[in-house]
Write a protein that binds this ligand. Structure first.
Ligand SMILES: Nc1ncnc2c1ncn2[C@@H]1O[C@H](COP(=O)(O)OP(=O)(O)OP(=O)(O)O)[C@@H](O)[C@H]1O
Length: 359
């Protein structure tokens, strides 16, 4: 059963009068892997720093197990922060860096040795114990930073883009290791990242932020399939997003007007006739046919570009009024005779392949 561990309630942080974090509220369960994602400057790091105690909120409350943390110093919180530049002590050996948290907590020497060795082994850096951290690769430093944070066996680990300095291969490997560790330890992880693939691959739930506010908190699959609004839909790579107005609603199916066109849509929960909204249609649901068939939603378009990368193809099409439609498909599934730049075709999708979100 999910047990609430951390709660943020109406948390605010202002810099020079502007809100970097604007009344943010969410709660995190024990053992959850949470990713905070959003564009640069949306307030991710500031939110994490307030949880770590490195920044003080201007309003609201942060509670751990129901007790307010805002007056606690960072070292009194059981929530170390691991960040992209690792913040290791360059003049200390790997072992001394890993032991540091235990030294701060005044643990006896024998325990420090044993625990730090254990964690170095666990993270595959046991052989590097006596090396200076300046003589390590990026991936090795990242492991030292993680071992240093985990050696005190915290209840919660805060991660600020910890993998961003690693190359793609190492990053994917470390993602797997982080996830395995998190599952083994049942430690709550809060991971700030720009990367959608990273957050979707690892997190139980993703918090999408924009302009200092929370836009959506949901499981990755839900964010992908049912973004809360236009911003989230675009942020997670939604390609066909049309502004329009819901005309009429009948038994869960709606007529939705976009400019001069009307489309039939099934995903209309929470909307009423007259509402302004956005229609989202996944590019993988858009088909391309030679002529209208009078079924589903159809749009006369011209093919502008066809991009192929590996096994998939993205076809950009445009209607006479300038509306762009994008189809994405496995290369082998496209009709090569039909899908030619400059060809006039019909883009189509079924009513239940579209859904509405607020603008
Ligand atoms: N110490 C500071 N002084 C003034 N403004 C700040 C400070 N720290 C952050 N900000 C501002 O607060 C806003 C949120 O910053 P924050 O670092 O939390 O964003 P972010 O989402 O983590 O961005 P990034 O992904 O680029 O790291 C930004 O507009 C930033 O310029």
């Amino acid at each position: 059963m999910a047990v609430t561990m951390l709660e943020l309630e109406g948390v605010e942080k202002k810099y020079g009068g502007a809100a970097a974090v604007d009344k943010v509220s969410f709660s995190v369960n024990k053992g959850e892997f949470i990713a905070i994602m959003g564009p640069s400057g949306c307030g991710k790091t500031t939110t994490l720093r307030m949880i770590a105690g490195l920044d003080v909120p201007d309003g609201g409350d942060i509670r751990l197990w129901g007790r307010s943390l805002v007056d606690d110093a960072p070292w009194d919180r059981d929530a170390p922060l691991v960040w992209q530049n690792y913040a290791l002590f360059p003049f200390m050996s790997v072992q001394k860096n890993v032991e540091f948290g235990l030294v701060q907590r005044k643990r006896p020497k024998a325990e420090r040795r044993k625990k730090s060795q254990e964690w170095m082994e666990r993270l595959g850096i046991g052989a590097l114990a006596n090396r200076g951290v300046a003589q390590l690769s990026g991936g090795q430093r990242q492991r030292v930073a993680l071992a240093r944070a985990l050696v005190t066996e915290p209840e919660m680990l805060l991660l600020d883009e910890p993998l961003s300095a690693l190359d793609q291969h190492l990053r994917v490997q470390m993602q797997g290791e982080l996830l395995r560790l998190q599952r083994e330890l049942n430690t709550t992880f809060i991971h700030v990242t720009h990367s959608q693939s990273e957050s979707f691959a690892m997190a139980d739930r993703v918090i999408v932020m924009n302009g200092g506010t929370v836009q959506q908190i949901d499981a990755p699959k839900v964010i992908h399939q049912r973004p809360a609004n236009r911003f989230v839909a675009e942020f997670v790579g939604g390609k066909n997003i049309f502004n329009g107005r819901l005309q009429a609603l009948n038994a869960g199916t709606a007529l939705f007007r976009v400019g001069e066109r009307e489309f039939t849509v099934c995903g209309v929960d929470g909307f009423d006739a007259g509402d302004d909204a956005c229609l989202v249609v996944g590019a993988n649901h858009v088909g391309i046919q030679a002529a209208p068939r009078g079924q589903g939603n159809e749009m006369d378009v011209e093919i502008e570009t066809v991009e192929t990368s590996g096994s998939s193809a993205i076809v950009h099409m445009r209607a006479a009024d300038g509306t762009e439609v994008i189809a994405e498909s496995a290369v082998g599934h496209l009709d090569d005779a039909l899908v030619q730049v400059g060809a006039r075709v019909v883009a189509c999708w079924e009513p239940d392949d579209g859904f509405l979100v607020p603008r």
